[in-house]
Design a protein around this ligand. Structure first.
Ligand SMILES: Cc1cc2nc3c(=O)[nH]c(=O)nc-3n(C[C@H](O)[C@H](O)[C@H](O)COP(=O)(O)OP(=O)(O)OC[C@H]3O[C@@H](n4cnc5c(N)ncnc54)[C@H](O)[C@@H]3O)c2cc1C
Length: 449
């Protein structure tokens, strides 16, 4: 994309971003904060100032989720003068609401990536994904409720065969020895449900408290000298000798810009719109489970995701609740989140019939057509990354680091990610949303076969 294309992007922002973020807020159930149980269990955060007046920085980061916070942290660590502007509060969106699951690898299997991109490129992407999980394990080591273990549960025999083949492939060609296949009986034993025919137990993955993790990143970035502003939506970008990011009450003039808005980046940079689809995902938290139920439900205490396109993903929280996510919406999401998710939860764990649901919330997952994150430049010095497609806990954290490296002049790893071909969703401005919804509903239908 050319520099000229970026100049004065002022149109859609005030309407698009505000409408989208207001929509997100309105989806949270009843008394909950938008981040539901996570906000309640992490406690209140000290509010940060909003950007007022004119400021200067080496790099302006737009967006305060994992991507932006990690970029700010790594830039500040390297001595750059960095200012981050967040439209709402730090980790207001996906980074404060997600399932907390740390997935090794990418959303696409390595064997698929090899066929698509060639062996060396696939290997480079794998190396980055390995760094991603180690980076998260290191950064989340304190006070983020970190636990090891991720189970991918096969919903049918075909999925079980694919899991087994990929697990063998990873061991043989990537020397990845953290994962092993469980048969039906072993799966039932570690999960406390008989719903699956097999599973992959991956000790390289794990789970954490997403909001605590995001706040840890923010605190570290600030300690290293990054300046973070909340309630400061970027509403336009001006290109001149330097870039000016204009917010509601002030502006930042910087040599470089990192756009880290994930699902919402198109409001500021409309040319990103064809590359990203929005899927609303719903999570509930039960009341704390009795000791007996805690022993029965996921006794191995790993995070769990099944193999369907519209998947169930769940885990136990540090205080013994089940956090269960099991439905998606592409159009008019319902208000009754508990009513939506509960039947799916009871199919997996019927013994929870009499357990109350205390929190329900939703978040917008930014997904790409390829299910690989989309990295690129809007101009030589405006970098962006979005569309982690449900694998952003680890990949957005390393993504921010890679964006920071690029802004500091080392683009090698950025290029590895930016070379993954991005594909536009079809349909243009008007038809894109219904066409994406139709495609995702087709995948949902295929899940039931
Ligand atoms: C419900 C849910 C469950 C998920 N579960 C998992 C999981 O279990 N494991 C996993 O790996 N991934 C999961 N994901 C995906 C993961 O959360 C995301 O990929 C990741 O958080 C993306 O981080 P980010 O920083 O790129 O974006 P975000 O966290 O969305 O942050 C973008 C920020 O930019 C701000 N912003 C937007 N526009 C502007 C603007 N113009 N000016 C200033 N600020 C702006 C937003 O307010 C937001 O805070 C899930 C996502 C959701 C929604």
């Amino acid at each position: 994309m050319q520099e000229a294309q970026v100049a004065w992007v002022r149109r859609a922002v005030k309407t698009g971003l505000t409408r989208r973020l207001t929509f997100m807020q309105s989806r949270a159930v009843s008394i909950d904060a938008p981040q539901g149980y996570y906000a309640a269990s992490a406690g209140p955060a000290r509010p940060l100032s909003r950007l007022m007046g004119e400021a200067r920085a080496d790099v302006c980061v737009v967006g305060g989720g994992y991507t932006g916070l990690s970029a700010a942290l790594h830039l500040a660590q390297a001595g750059a003068n960095v200012i981050l502007v967040e439209a709402e509060t730090i980790c207001f969106a996906a980074s404060g609401r997600n399932g907390g699951q740390i997935h090794p690898g990418h959303r696409k299997d390595q064997s698929e990536l090899e066929q698509w991109l060639g062996r060396q490129h696939a290997l480079d992407l794998w190396t980055l994904s390995e760094e991603a999980r180690y980076l998260v394990l290191e950064l989340a080591a304190d006070a983020c409720d970190l636990k090891h273990g991720l189970i991918i549960a096969a919903h049918n025999a075909k999925a079980a065969r694919a899991l087994a083949a990929e697990t063998e492939h990873l061991e043989k060609f990537y020397n990845y020895r953290e994962a092993r296949i469980l048969d039906r009986a072993q799966t039932a034993t570690v999960l406390g449900t008989e719903r699956y025919c097999a599973a992959r137990m991956d000790m390289g993955g794990g789970h954490l408290h997403p909001l605590k993790f995001a706040r840890t990143l923010a605190a570290r970035a600030a300690r290293h000298g990054a300046t973070l502003y909340e309630q400061s939506p970027a509403i336009e970008m001006a290109v001149g000798a330097k870039y000016t990011v204009r917010c509601r009450h002030g502006s930042v003039t910087a040599d470089q810009v990192v756009l880290a808005c994930d699902a919402f980046g198109a409001a500021l940079a409309p040319q990103l719109a064809p590359y990203i689809a929005h899927v609303e995902s719903f999570i509930v938290a039960t009341a704390p489970l009795s000791k007996e139920l805690q022993r029965q439900i996921i006794p191995c205490d790993a995070a769990v995701a099944d193999t369907r396109h519209v998947l169930d993903y769940y885990r136990k929280s540090a205080d013994g609740r089940l956090l269960f996510a099991g439905r998606e919406a592409y159009w008019n999401p319902p208000n009754d989140i508990a009513g939506l998710v509960r039947p799916r939860m009871l199919k997996v764990f019927p013994s929870l019939e009499h357990v109350a649901i205390e929190y329900g919330w939703s978040g917008t997952v930014g997904i790409t057509r390829t299910r690989m994150p989309h990295f690129g430049r809007l101009s030589p010095r405006i970098y962006f990354a979005h569309g982690y497609s449900g694998h952003g806990v680890a990949l957005a954290t390393v993504g921010g680091k890679v964006l920071a490296e690029a802004a500091l002049g080392n683009t090698e790893r950025f290029d590895t990610l930016a070379r993954v071909p991005a594909r536009k969703f079809p349909g243009g401005t008007l038809l894109r949303k219904p066409m994406v919804a139709a495609a995702l509903l087709t995948l949902k239908f295929l899940d039931s076969m």
